[in-house]
Design a protein. Structure first.
Length: 93
């Protein structure tokens, strides 16, 4: 039963949207690459390209990695992620 569900295009798209919602709840571009990979795998299955379960998992992994690398390239690494406080909230202005 699991292999028939894995080969269904809409299951991959639903997984992608669920991971997208998870990315909204916990932002940081962690789950967004997986969400894009799942949707792209759903598109591949939806186009009629038949593949075994290990091949679909490989497609998902490669698509997720490429999406994550593209996000890192476009969004960039934030410089100076550590906030340095020079004034206390209790100090008088």
């Amino acid at each position: 039963m699991l292999s028939s569900l894995v080969g269904t295009w809409w299951a991959w798209v639903v997984l992608g949207f669920a991971l997208g919602v998870l990315e909204i709840l916990a932002p940081g571009y962690i789950f967004l690459g997986f969400a894009i990979g799942a949707v792209l795998t759903g598109v591949v299955v939806g186009l009629g390209i038949s593949a075994s379960v290990p091949a679909l998992v490989l497609i998902f992994a490669v698509a997720s990695l490429v999406a994550w690398l593209a996000l890192r390239r476009t969004m960039g690494v934030r410089e100076g992620q550590v906030k340095v406080w020079d004034r206390d909230i209790n100090d008088n202005p």
